[in-house]
Design a protein around this ligand. Structure first.
Ligand code: 6GU
Length: 224
């Protein structure tokens, strides 16, 4: 998979992709992430990339020209399966959307900032608009990083233990059961006896029951 991220703040992506599973996914060649600075495509001698809204009101709007030039340059180089725009008024990201995106070859993610992009970008280039929840961030960069992380870990081969992604919370509309590791007792707090029993059938049944109980208590909406 290839992911192109279009942003005014490419430095914000230095951190999140340079550690752990996402770093290893890139090293293995499972994914290539390319960040593009929209400012590099400004047609203005002052490298301006935003302007006042025609409608008035507070806040700046990201200008159409630099974004259009960059999107068209990339589209001329390859076919994109989705051109995603991160915005609080988009559809809320969930595991089902992440699963679908993980099967794609080329994704583009345009990060909204300030009051967002000129609506004509959304009307003519964007194929999918995503939010990561009902709260407002200063920009779409962190949302793009979240989407990228959620998608990359689902690409086959990225998580070494093949069953690991399949037992995530949400993967089957259940939350994950509690987990424990050694020592079996700490300050008198004991790991449930059944997990030490070695009876794999009983342990599987316990995990399923715990997952169901946790979901019923914390997220009953998932069971509907
Ligand atoms: Cl995608 N962008 C911004 N600015 N805030 C958000 C968001 C996106 N998703 C949730 N909050």
């Amino acid at each position: 998979m290839r992911i192109d991220i279009l942003t005014l703040f490419p430095e914000m992506f230095q951190g999140p992709f340079s550690e752990s599973i996402i770093k290893r996914a890139q090293d293995k060649g499972a994914v290539e992430i390319h960040c593009h600075n929209i400012r590099d495509y400004s047609t203005n001698k002052h490298k301006k990339v935003d302007d006042y809204a025609f409608s008035g009101g507070a806040g700046m709007v990201m200008s159409i020209e630099p974004i259009a030039i960059l999107i068209e340059k990339l589209k001329a180089e390859r076919n994109y399966d989705e051109i995603i725009y991160t915005t609080p008024d988009g559809n809320t990201l969930n595991q089902s959307i992440a699963n679908q995106l993980s099967l794609k070859g080329n994704l583009m993610i345009l990060c909204g900032h300030y009051k967002g992009v000129d609506q004509r970008i959304r009307d003519h280039y964007i194929t999918m608009e995503l939010s990561i929840g009902d709260y407002v961030l200063t920009g779409g960069e962190l949302a793009a990083a979240v989407i990228t992380d959620a998608v990359i870990r689902l690409i086959p081969g990225v998580i070494s233990d093949e069953t690991s992604a399949l037992t995530d919370s949400f993967q089957d509309n259940l939350l994950a059961p509690p987990v424990y590791t050694r020592p079996a007792e700490f300050k008198g707090w004991r790991v449930p006896d059944i997990l030490l029993s070695g009876d794999t059938k009983k342990i599987e049944a316990w995990k399923e029951q715990q997952a169901y109980e946790r979901t019923r208590q914390r997220r009953p909406d998932l069971l509907k």
